[in-house]
Design a protein around this ligand. Structure first.
Ligand SMILES: [Zn+2]
Length: 206
């Protein structure tokens, strides 16, 4: 098979383009699952689509989630805990999100099932890709409506992958002996930093 049947490619591409506005990495990963599906013949290849899609779910959940969404009663959250990251993000959304949460959980469960299923099929993989793309698109719509999608240069540390980034005040000396204030994005786990105002300067602080 060299193409997806009927309108499936167009439908999934539509969502992918939309998701890509906020997260090009996830959009690329979903496109990759389509390429994998078109080329897949064996159970192992269908399962691999579940693996790629799980990665894109983790990436997507991290990109909409913010640390301040964690309820005070929760002390630790794994950076691959997709369901909880999405659940906490949706708590900030107005209106009834119960059905969206159920859809998301079902699409994510199917993704996990696919990557381990020794009877994985083309139809199951197609269902996984299309339901995941739809759910991410709907999450995107809901979060954007409530202005909860923040454009940030980084939502996780590119050095260690941690989500524990915080903005700190930083004073930089200027040429006439004064100083000016800039926002310094710092990873609290590995001390990686990034300063947008200084030409995107980054490094590890000691
Ligand atoms: Zn880090």
């Amino acid at each position: 098979m060299s193409e997806l049947p009927g309108p499936w490619s167009d439908i999934i591409n539509l969502f992918t383009q939309y998701i890509g506005e906020h997260n090009p990495t996830v959009a690329r990963q979903i496109n990759m699952t389509i390429d994998q599906l078109v080329a897949a013949h064996s159970v192992e290849e269908f399962k691999q689509i579940g693996v790629t899609m799980r990665d894109s779910w983790i990436e997507y959940a991290q990109s909409i989630f913010r640390l301040e969404f964690i309820p005070p009663s929760v002390s630790e959250l794994s950076s691959s805990d997709v369901k909880r990251m999405i659940e906490y993000s949706l708590r900030r959304v107005t209106g009834d999100t119960r059905y969206l949460k159920k859809m998301v959980n079902t699409a994510y469960d199917l993704t996990n099932k696919l990557q381990h299923d020794t009877n994985a099929t083309f139809e199951m993989a197609l269902m996984c890709i299309s339901s995941s793309a739809l759910c991410m698109g709907l999450l995107h719509l809901t979060m954007a409506r409530d202005e909860l999608l923040v454009k940030r240069p980084y939502y996780k540390c590119p050095n260690c992958g941690s989500l524990k980034l915080e903005v700190r005040e930083h004073w930089e000396a200027d040429i006439d002996g004064g100083a000016f204030r800039v926002d310094k994005l710092v990873c609290t786990e590995c001390n990686w930093f990034y300063i947008e105002e200084m030409g995107g300067m980054s490094g590890i602080q000691d």
